[in-house]
Design a protein. Structure first.
Length: 168
């Protein structure tokens, strides 16, 4: 019984469920049993030997063609599937990270909605004033000069132009 468990552990490496392996092994055992029974019947029954000898020229080419066609279709199908998988994997390697990030949704923390309370009242029963602060540019305010500030007393120096003598 222990060898069966070890055999099943080896077969698990092909990633089939254990029930599938039991079915596969049971079918293989049944096929071997029926083949051995058919072989024993052929060896001990002269009528069966004569029947298969007369049928062989017809059935052997049919069976060989069927086996060849099945093998070719299986090989072609496997080749195309593996090539498709390889192409898909190569395309994923060529996609820039920014696009890959768009394809994979990220988990985001839920944002808390902004709550505004209306008709909020102070303990005295008066409504609380609300101040609205906007980021828009305020209109320019013209500042007036205050008349009490004395004008600046800094002396200004005006450069004199040199006199040019005119000669005639």
């Amino acid at each position: 019984m222990n060898w069966i468990v070890r055999g099943m552990n080896i077969l698990k490496s092909w990633e089939f469920p254990q029930k599938a392996w039991i079915i596969i092994l049971a079918q293989s055992t049944l096929i071997l049993f029926l083949f051995s029974w058919l072989l024993a019947e052929y060896l001990n029954n002269p009528f069966m030997q004569q029947y298969l000898t007369n049928l062989a020229p017809t059935i052997v080419p049919i069976l060989s063609l069927a086996f060849g066609a099945t093998a070719a279709m299986t090989a072609t199908t496997l080749y195309l599937r593996f090539r498709k998988l390889k192409d898909a994997n190569d395309r994923l390697d060529t996609i820039p990270r920014s696009i890959q990030a768009r394809r994979a949704p990220r988990k985001r923390a839920p944002q808390k909605p902004l709550t505004t309370k209306t008709n909020e009242q102070q303990p005295s029963g008066l409504p609380t004033p609300k101040f609205i602060i906007t980021e828009s540019n305020p209109s320019p305010v013209v500042e007036e000069k205050k008349p009490d500030s004395p004008p600046s007393q800094t002396p200004t120096i005006i450069p004199e132009e040199p006199e040019v003598k005119q000669t005639q």
